[in-house]
Ligand binder design. Structure first.
Ligand SMILES: CC(=O)CC(=O)SCCNC(=O)CCNC(=O)[C@H](O)C(C)(C)COP(=O)(O)OP(=O)(O)OC[C@H]1O[C@@H](n2cnc3c(N)ncnc32)[C@H](O)[C@@H]1OP(=O)(O)O
Length: 443
């Protein structure tokens, strides 16, 4: 029996800052960001948007566009590293919101959960749900990847920002992608990118917690932006992925260059060109002699060669298209790559049924996973009304001042008023039993 992704939906920010605008204001060469890292636009959440609204909107679309009966859904598992609460999961906000539209108690018997392991949390959720359906073929699960990839102003992560959610339906005999069981894994505990809990005095926190009965230094917050070392995080990404690829060959009992069977390679993309800049090591190990690979600057020159550029254009480019215009989505990034790749083939009218995709996931902290998926016969049916590229191209450009005021949360009015979507309405600050509760509604 095949198990995998039966349907997919997304919700993305509707506003963006051109990378050229950011480059000009930060005094960074635009060519470095555009030609060197592949960046074109940076999507940014509006005032009423957060990881909850992205997740709820994507899931509502998934359910409505695919006429899924909510009663069929046994699990809703969310992968996120930017939750809005340290205890109450995003999943519980999502079911609460969906019930506003779909009816009270719709998800009463549905198992809901958040999973966090930086950018790989939604892949972990996917694999747990795949196993669940393998054991219970008559049941279905929804996995949601939702995040706001927000970095400090003026940091080297600033130009890689992005946000949004992707929701997928996991089922037996899927229409889109079926997955084989083998998974290559590599993990190592490191501090390449993390979001530590920090303790604050009431004054430092700068928030009115007067209703809470707290002592000095009892307030702790997670900063939305990570602590990170960019170049070290790149090294960890490359090491874990190379190791997970080797492990994948071991667990799947293969000695050949497995990537050669992959029509496309769908990687976690923290920015557009990270995949191509990394995969060159695996490409070299699999296709060149040890002497060549160990020659000084060999990998660097291979990465610029016509041979490798042609390979990138065929295998990796389709997943990069959306990334260059959205930015990082943390957990959602690998699923955006899948959407982008399938949308590309749909637009080109390519026949890719039965083709194999290689999936390469990474989460800081750190862990990588490598596995394979096969394109199912009815994939085009799912893509008929998805319009990913059109949706991205319809986003509204914002200017630098608007971006800064959104980043600093100084802007109070949405750039684009919410319409036909869930939006954040208010945050409780008067009832002591509910301080900090977030209220949303369908606009
Ligand atoms: C965060 C996650 O989601 C989890 C992860 O994956 S961790 C791994 C990735 N880490 C991150 O994304 C953390 C946040 N990002 C960052 O800190 C930084 O963006 C980064 C470390 C990823 C990149 O650092 P950077 O200093 O901006 O860029 P750098 O590594 O020097 O590369 C610049 C590229 O532009 C090229 N370049 C520079 N000037 C150029 C020009 N004028 N024209 C063309 N190309 C140019 C350089 O040659 C280089 O490309 P190659 O190495 O392929 O030759």
């Amino acid at each position: 029996m095949k198990v995998g992704i039966d349907a997919i939906a997304f919700d993305l920010p509707k506003i963006y800052l051109p990378i050229r605008t950011l480059a000009e204001n930060r005094n960074i060469e635009f060519e470095k960001l555009n030609l060197g890292l592949g960046l074109e636009k940076m999507s940014f959440p509006d005032v009423h948007q957060d990881v909850v609204t992205f997740a709820a909107n994507a899931t509502l679309k998934l359910i409505e566009d695919n006429t899924i009966s909510p009663a069929e859904i046994d699990r809703i598992y969310v992968g996120t590293e930017s939750g809005v609460d340290s205890s109450k999961p995003v999943a519980s906000y999502v079911t609460q919101l969906l019930e506003q539209k779909l009816g009270e108690n719709t998800f009463k018997n549905c198992d809901t959960l958040d999973m966090t392991f930086a950018c790989i949390g939604a892949i972990d959720a996917l694999q747990i749900c795949l196993d669940f359906v393998r054991l219970n073929p008559d049941k279905k699960a929804i996995v949601i990847a939702t995040d706001n990839a927000k970095y400090d102003l003026n940091s080297s992560g600033e130009y890689t920002q992005g946000a949004g959610a992707i929701a997928i339906l996991i089922a037996a005999n899927p229409r889109l992608i079926s997955f084989t069981k083998e998974v290559g894994v590599s993990s190592q505990g490191v501090f390449d990118f993390f979001k530590p809990r920090r303790y604050f005095s009431k004054e430092e926190a700068g928030v009115d917690f007067s209703l809470l009965n707290v002592e000095e230094n009892e307030l702790s917050i997670y900063k939305e932006q990570p602590v990170f070392d960019g170049q070290y995080s790149n090294e960890c990404y490359i090491s874990r992925i190379t190791e997970a690829y080797a492990h994948y060959k071991k667990v799947s009992n293969r000695n050949d260059a497995v990537f050669k069977k992959w029509e496309n390679i769908i990687m976690h993309l923290p920015y557009c060109f990270q995949g191509r800049r990394t995969f060159v090591s695996i490409y070299a190990n699999e296709t060149k002699t040890v002497e060549e690979v160990n020659t000084k600057d060999f990998i660097k020159s291979l990465s610029k060669s016509e041979e490798y550029t042609n390979f990138v254009q065929k295998a990796l480019y389709p997943a990069e298209i959306a990334s260059s215009k959205i930015g990082n989505m943390y957990t959602g990034s690998i699923f955006l790559g899948l959407l982008s790749t399938l949308s590309y083939h749909f637009k080109q009218n390519n026949e890719i049924t039965d083709k194999t995709f290689g999936f390469i996931a990474y989460g800081s902290g750190s862990k990588a996973k490598v596995f394979e998926g096969h394109v199912e016969q009815s994939w085009k049916q799912v893509f008929t009304n998805l319009n990913l590229f059109e949706t991205i191209d319809n986003a509204k450009e914002i200017d630098f001042e608007t971006y800064i005021s959104l980043h600093k949360k100084a802007k109070k009015e949405s750039v684009l008023s919410p319409k036909n979507e869930f939006g954040l309405e208010s945050i409780e600050n008067s009832n002591p039993n509910l301080v900090g509760a977030r209220y949303y509604r369908y606009y």
